[in-house]
Design a protein around this ligand. Structure first.
Ligand code: SF4
Length: 252
């Protein structure tokens, strides 16, 4: 690994070290996308016991459930999943993964109403509301007992991520240790660590497009190399390339 990259890794680890020292009640979020995986690896090197949580939704691809289960076992992450759903997905149950189920009635009622009015699923008719109910609300629940959280946000991912800081103080402290890493650096770091990627990153479509930012299945499409990583998120909606709200809304 180039010295430049090693310096970046050292800098990121220092950010996490400071946060762990300053905030005893701290956790790391993991969506099991590439950036999350790099962040979790770094955080666990600093503090092998740092809690890991993941916000899943009923619309995440099955491959994400499988990859989470595999990585949780391989890396001994002891992840806690937060999810709006009536039942724990069998794959997580069978693996003994801790799942905090959040009530699904409101989501189901709003989904049914939107589908009746617009003839579309909630993620197509009202993606902001869908993300609010399935991602932002569970994230609030996940962080409610923490003073700080660490995540894999990077400022080269897309138009909405350019102005973040490595540490943000907004009630709940948010730590973005790999903020300045590039996509190539994240992939190179995971390769050097011998950590396999979520299988969707390895799919190359016939026109050369790839999945470069992973989300829920209906809101993730492949994109070209010249596009911003997040351009494949919420394509065809006014939220395209945007945010689910976890990084933009007040969680606490
Ligand atoms: S990413 Fe799409 S499916 Fe997932 S919560 Fe947001 S709108 Fe809903």
């Amino acid at each position: 690994m180039y010295k430049f990259m090693q310096d970046k890794i050292t800098h990121s680890a220092e950010i996490i070290k400071d946060a762990v020292k300053n905030y005893q009640r701290i956790a790391v979020a993991c969506s099991f996308g590439k950036d999350s995986m790099a962040t979790v690896l770094l955080a666990r090197e600093v503090n092998p016991k740092i809690p890991v949580f993941s916000i899943l939704t009923v619309f995440k691809p099955q491959a994400t459930f499988e990859y989470l289960t595999k990585m949780n076992e391989q890396l001994k992450l002891n992840v806690t999943v937060y999810m709006v759903a009536r039942e724990v997905p069998p794959i997580l149950k069978d693996a003994g993964i801790a799942v905090k189920l959040l009530p699904a009635a409101r989501f189901e009622a709003e989904s049914a109403e939107l589908e009746m009015v617009y003839g579309k699923k909630i993620y197509a008719a009202a993606p902001d509301r869908c993300c609010e109910l399935l991602k932002v609300e569970p994230a609030k629940e996940a962080v409610k007992n923490y003073d700080a959280w660490v995540c894999g946000l990077r400022n080269t991912e897309g138009r909405t991520r350019k102005d973040y800081k490595e540490v943000e103080y907004r009630g709940l402290v948010k730590v973005n240790p790999i903020l300045t890493w590039t996509e190539e650096e994240v992939l190179g770091y995971l390769e050097a660590k011998g950590v396999e990627l979520h299988p969707w990153y390895n799919r190359v479509f016939s026109d050369g497009r790839k999945i470069r930012s992973l989300g829920c299945e209906p809101c993730t499409v492949p994109i070209y190399d010249w596009q911003d990583e997040r351009d494949g998120r919420w394509k065809g909606t006014n939220k395209c390339g945007g945010e689910c709200g976890i990084h933009t809304k007040k969680l606490k």
